[in-house]
Design a protein around this ligand. Structure first.
Ligand code: NAP
Length: 438
């Protein structure tokens, strides 16, 4: 029997568990640990609350979770409650599937001003992540600035723009719904340091901006490159650029029908944030794209900003005793191998890129590495204690481990508490989750 510990119950964790089950069948036991008492990581706390069809993938993870050889152990902080070397003593393979939950810092003067948030915090707020549920952003100003031209920037702009009615059927937490309902924001500026040909936004997500009830996207036609140049783009990006062209071509009277604008400000490199205690302006420098990179032109200007959300990427949280690549912001690894018996997968391995589905081949490829290491003898003989050893340690330390059966009780309580038409009302603090289990 081989024992695998997976740290993190998001997509990378569950696809790895599924792959291990397929590869080793009854000869493996997999324990999936999570810091929170609830599973699914990014599916629960990252995917936008109005993208319920994407969240539906958790049903597939549940199938894996309910099988006899896979176990969920929530409310366990690896690095605090139990260390990685301790887990390595107990399990043949320890797989870090911890994602990239920290914001890449916006390293400009004024970034510490009030009402400036990173997307991990802001998304965590509207998705009810216990760490960020109390964020309490001030939405009483007129202009919100979203920095970055990726799908997270799109999520944030769209959530800021939606009406209460447009959240029907979503699982946005009530505190965010109420705050957004009272929002005074009239203008959302999405700032990118490069141009339309360099956006990271995918067409389906970008297209949603064109279908909002009270908001319309604004693109300056002068920012768009010559249309003939679109032919050189890969098909997905070409579709996104075609959407931008459509937004730019919309007649002014059509846009004017919508009271809220989502303006794209291309070729604008953030330089500084200004304000007394709260942010008031974002200062940017005009750029040109030179061989794919943003080059400053020296011309600067200020964009009014009563709220700033920086959506410029994420970093993995380091864990004591685990080699870390500071520059890349993820664990130092060679195709998922960190040290003998210690692996990483998903964003913790490759950084914050790709879709949920990208983690499936990633998980399967990692299990192949584990199989190779078992076959080569690199993981030693099958003599580890696995879950019985962990259970003894947990008891000795008085850990309150939350099982998958406990999670199902928490889930049931969240479903019962749902607003009409919503799938659930999430608990936003750990104590409330635990109480719902008891
Ligand atoms: P991303 O796609 O890498 O986009 C990050 C953006 O931030 C880029 O436009 C980048 O510009 C900009 N940026 C980085 N550093 C900057 C700086 N110092 N100053 C100004 N701008 C800066 O990352 P993401 O939006 O966080 O998304 C992460 C991953 O999750 C992506 O793979 C994304 O597709 C995925 N995701 C998918 C969905 C969905 O499918 N519905 C939803 C959300 C997220 P440069 O290009 O110039 O560096």
């Amino acid at each position: 029997m081989r024992h695998i510990a997976i740290i993190g119950s998001g997509p990378a964790g569950y696809y790895t568990a599924e792959a291990a089950q397929k590869a080793f069948g009854d000869d493996v036991r997999v324990d999936i640990f999570d810091l929170l008492p609830v599973p699914y990581g990014l599916i629960r706390s990252g995917v936008a609350p109005d993208h319920q069809s994407i969240k539906g993938v958790s049903r597939r993870y549940e199938k894996t979770a309910l099988s006899d050889n896979v176990r969920f152990a929530g409310n366990v902080a690896v690095g605090r409650d139990v260390t990685v070397p301790e887990l390595q003593e107990l399990y043949d393979a320890v797989v870090l599937a911890t994602g990239a939950p920290q914001d890449r810092p916006l390293e400009i003067p004024g970034a510490e001003l009030g009402n400036v948030f990173g997307s991990a915090a802001f998304v965590g707020w509207y998705n009810g992540h216990p760490q960020f549920a109390d964020l309490d952003p001030d939405l009483s100003g007129e202009t919100a600035v979203v920095i970055g031209m990726g799908n997270v920037a799109l999520d944030v702009a769209r959530i800021l723009a939606k009406t209460r009615r447009e959240f029907e059927g979503s699982d946005i937490v009530s505190h965010a719904l109420e705050a957004l309902d009272k929002s005074a924001i009239e203008r959302i500026v999405v700032v990118g340091r490069r141009g339309p040909h360099q956006i990271m936004m995918t067409p389906k997500e970008l297209g949603e901006l064109g279908e909002l009830e009270r908001a319309a996207p604004h693109v300056d036609p002068l920012d768009l490159p010559d249309e003939a140049e679109d032919a050189l783009l890969e098909p997905g990006l070409r579709k996104s650029v075609t959407l931008l062209r459509g937004f730019a071509a919309a007649p002014e009277y059509v846009r004017a029908e919508k009271p809220l604008s989502i303006a794209f400000d291309f070729f604008a490199q953030p330089v500084a944030l200004h304000g007394t205690d709260r942010v008031e302006f974002l200062e940017v420098e005009r750029t040109e794209v030179v061989t794919g990179r943003a080059a400053g032109t020296g011309e600067t200007y200020r964009i009014p900003a009563s709220l700033v959300v920086s959506c410029i990427g994420y970093r993995t949280t380091p864990i004591p005793n685990v080699p870390f690549d500071e520059r890349a912001g993820r664990f130092a690894n060679d195709e998922g191998r960190i040290l003998p018996g210690l692996y990483c997968v998903g964003w913790a391995r490759r950084g914050p890129s790709g879709t949920i589905g990208t983690n499936r081949p990633d998980g399967y490829a990692l299990v192949e590495k584990i199989r190779e290491d078992i076959e080569s003898g690199a993981l030693g003989s099958a003599s580890k204690q696995g879950r019985s050893g962990f259970d003894a340690l947990a008891e000795q330390r008085g850990l309150d481990v939350v099982t998958f059966r406990d999670w199902k009780k928490i889930e049931e309580a969240e479903e019962k508490a749902a607003r009409e038409g919503a799938p659930r009302e999430k608990f936003v603090d750990i104590e409330a989750m635990i109480r719902a289990r008891d």
